[in-house]
Ligand binder design. Structure first.
Ligand code: BGC
Length: 779
């Protein structure tokens, strides 16, 4: 049993011994003022406490704070294994700073107790876990949720994930993923906010705020982690972990802004990345981590490595052995070693040999201790260990209701000829067909934390719950999507998918069902584990026999709505030739079927917009709307211009695109000035009218184009958006302010600045809008 009193007496002695503050609260910047109010910045008091603990620590204890172990020993090895015993001994000695993947209040308390009851200084562990889109109540996969363009609900879903995770004893999530990803081949595109820097920045900050709330020490909040710093989404050819080649301007203008915004929002931790970037592994990247993040950005949290990424610098050909890798990593600003077992053996000898200064170790330890103080773990190491909370707050009815709301707002209507949707509830018959139609697991998506296997509401369940007994609902699976290879529900990394299904026996039955029904809802797309880490693909079409099923059904019934479930953009060119309607439903989480039914029957008018471009075919990847114009943007009567001979340059479904059951018209685009100075501002206004017959929501998007720059500029860049509710027939005026914040970029001077010149401005309901005006910026 922990002697809690003794612990607090010890702590009080430590604090009395403390030296004076080394706190850094100097900055006048307004973000930092706001953070102070939110208590996201360290205080002189915290710094004094951190220093007083640090002053008592031996080098072994210091190095220990920089070590993070995986804790899934029950799942992956027996309790008597050598490694398990080794970890227990290290914990008892106080030579571990953090554990990841320990699940439940009971296990977390048991592990914390090893430290509290046996170690000399009793420095609490911080417990981390990948809580990416929910803990047990699952929200849409992050890419899907980003399609809502609704920052309020995105923040809310992160807050619920934090509430459930903290109720289960956790203190720290490895989210949000802030990697910009323009390549549908990359499986992890599902984990971010898509291709655009501005949208990803807004969403990233909403997620950080949701996880961390106003005060890290609140019982409902957890520390967030901005990952993967940096460039991981730009792996060559969309292959996971692949090398990254981006220039300095691309890095600063496209990749880094969401990270900078997260740092400004007070994100407690960063995670570095597996990739190398222009020859330097991110984990050993001093310029990024030490000089920029901790230096210029003045960020106070700690950087955790990605899983084994310190050790992987050997395979990169950047370090000779783990000791060398440790030296590079600690100097570069990687504070905590996740599962490389490198720091624990190397940092002490490196200090003793004079290769690494103790000041570097102290800086890293100070950062880790700071976050532990901010979380309140020093006040009570068991503060998040409350079985009652765990029993009542996880997977509550209230959370499931919110998950349904978020899910329905994440759906994107891609095609709807002859207004086939919404369906009338007076129909006589519906056929719900497809390998994903009654799948209760795939909608949970990848990175599903503690979601229970098969716990989602399937499409079939959702449809049946929404209709009266007068409607006959036929169901046929038709074909399997995958050939099961291992027990479902197992570790995602041990779950290889096989798509070489050959069983066509279900197709005739599916055709029969389609013949009898007035309308077919065809659920096809991707298995949950087809996207996510390590799930890159060179083919983003429909795997297995899904297209064969679609073509067979289409011969007997043309009224098909594709209910698309997926974690990445897919090649929809052929399916869209065959069907009048496509509803992009991603992997929507626990309430998937109900949310889809809400949209299918018009109880909710779809309002999602794509956060990523969908290509005509995979050969266009990487594909993104904010491309450069090139020196040869258009044909001058011959073939020698920048284009493909067999596909356009533009997307099949573009970024920002999504239909509604109503229509919106844009009028009266107006700028209050046509000329401003580099520090000036102007106001853009536009009238949006709901010109259809039903109420709806529209995401009004503002883009700019800087026509000439000291480096070449994109043909369009998102710079603002507003989601509006408009009643049928209603008109609203929307206003945006354009100022130096909107217009600046990382210029040839290697500074963020506004360059004088002409700008175009575009407003509309997708990145392809042509409604535009012009203004000039003068010195
Ligand atoms: C992933 C990280 C994740 C970590 C811990 C790694 O493989 O790249 O994003 O947080 O594992 O699970």
């Amino acid at each position: 049993m922990l002697n809690k009193r003794k612990y607090f007496i010890n702590l009080a002695i430590l604090l009395l011994l403390g030296c004076t503050s080394s706190g850094r609260l100097a900055s006048e910047n307004k973000d930092r003022e706001a953070l102070k109010e939110k208590t996201m910045l360290s205080s002189p008091d915290t710094e004094r406490k951190v220093d007083s603990v640090l002053a008592l620590m031996t080098i072994d204890e210091k190095v220990g704070q920089l070590v993070q172990y995986n804790g899934k020993w029950d799942a992956t090895g027996s309790k008597s294994s050598k490694r398990y015993k080794y970890k227990i001994e290290k914990l008892k000695k106080g030579e571990v700073g953090s554990m990841l993947n320990i699940i439940s209040v009971t296990s977390i308390r048991e592990t914390q107790r090893l430290v509290m009851e046996h170690s000399r200084l009793k420095i609490p562990l911080i417990f981390g876990y990948d809580v990416i889109h929910g803990y047990q109540t699952m929200f849409p996969v992050p890419l899907g949720e980003s399609a809502s363009w609704d920052l309020e609900i995105i923040e809310q879903s992160a807050a619920i994930a934090a509430k459930e995770a903290s109720a289960s004893g956790l203190n720290w999530t490895f989210a949000p993923m802030l990697d910009i990803s323009r390549d549908a081949r990359w499986g992890r595109i599902m984990e971010g906010a898509g291709e655009d820097t501005y949208l990803s920045t807004q969403i990233g900050v909403a997620r950080v705020n949701g996880f961390q709330g106003n005060n890290l020490s609140d019982i409902n909040t957890i520390a967030a982690c901005a990952k993967h710093f940096a460039g991981y989404g730009f792996g060559e050819a969309g292959r996971d972990y692949n090398t990254v080649q981006v220039g300095e301007y691309e890095l600063h203008n496209i990749i880094l802004p969401p990270f900078k915004a997260a740092a400004n929002a007070g994100v407690a931790t960063f995670m570095n990345a597996f990739n190398d970037i222009d020859g330097v592994p991110a984990t050993g990247h001093k310029i990024l981590q030490r000089d920029l993040l901790k230096g210029k950005w003045n960020w106070e949290g700690f950087v955790v490595s990605d899983w084994g990424s310190i050790g992987e610098m050997q395979a990169h050909g950047y370090a000779t052995d783990k000791k060398h890798a440790s030296e590079i990593a600690i100097k570069a600003g990687s504070d905590m070693d996740m599962e490389s077992y490198a720091y624990e053996a190397s940092l002490k000898p490196l200090v003793e040999e004079g290769k690494v200064s103790i000041a570097l170790i102290d800086d890293a330890v100070r950062r880790v201790l700071r976050v532990k103080f901010q979380l309140g773990l020093f006040d009570d190491p068991y503060k998040y260990c409350d079985e009652k909370r765990e029993a009542t707050e996880v997977y509550s009815t209230e959370h499931l209701e919110i998950a349904r709301d978020v899910a329905k707002k994440s759906i994107v209507l891609l095609k709807n000829e002859k207004d086939i949707l919404p369906l009338s509830k007076d129909l006589k018959s519906i056929a719900v067909i497809g390998p994903l139609a009654d799948d209760k697991d795939s909608p949970l998506g990848n990175w599903r934390a503690q979601a229970k296997y098969n716990s989602a509401v399937s499409l079939l369940e959702g449809i049946k719950a929404a209709v009266s007994d007068n409607i006959t609902v036929y169901y046929e699976k038709g074909v399997d999507l995958t050939v099961p290879t291992v027990t479902p529900g197992e570790n995602q990394f041990l779950f290889p998918l096989e798509f070489n299904t050959t069983d066509r026996s279900g197709i005739p039955k599916a055709v029969e069902a389609a013949k009898k029904a007035e309308i077919v809802l065809l659920a096809i797309g991707e298995d949950a584990y087809q996207s996510g880490e390590g799930r890159s693909q060179t083919d983003i079409g429909f795997k297995g026999l899904q297209m064969e099923l679609l073509e067979a059904i289409q011969k007997v019934n043309k009224n098909i709505v594709i209910i698309l479930m997926n974690g990445r953009p897919m090649d929809l060119s052929r399916p869209s030739e065959l069907v009048p309607s496509i509803l992009e439903c991603w992997h929507l989480g626990s309430q998937s079927g109900h949310a889809i039914a809400d949209v299918v029957f018009g109880d909710y008018n779809p309002s999602g917009k794509l956060p990523v471009s969908f290509p005509h075919n995979v050969g266009q990847e990487p594909l993104y709307y904010n491309r450069k114009n090139t020196g040869r943007p258009s044909s001058k009567g011959n073939v020698a211009f920048s284009s493909y001979r067999d596909a356009p340059n533009t997307a099949f479904y573009p970024f920002g695109y999504g239909l509604s059951y109503t229509t919106f018209t844009y009028n009266n685009l107006n700028l209050d000035k046509t000329e401003i100075t580099v520090n000036g501002s102007l106001e853009v206004s536009v009238d949006i009218t709901n010109s259809g017959n039903v109420d709806g929501e529209e995401v009004v998007q503002l883009y700019i184009r800087d026509l000439v720059g000291s480096i070449t500029r994109p043909i369009k860049e998102l710079k603002g958006f507003k989601k509006l509710k408009l009643k049928a027939g209603e008109t609203q005026t929307v206003k945006f302010t354009i100022d130096s914040e909107t217009l600046q970029f990382y210029t040839a001077n290697k500074k963020w600045e506004v360059e004088p010149g002409q700008f175009n401005i575009f407003v509309g309901g997708s990145s392809e809008t042509e409604l535009q005006d012009t203004f000039v910026v003068i010195k």
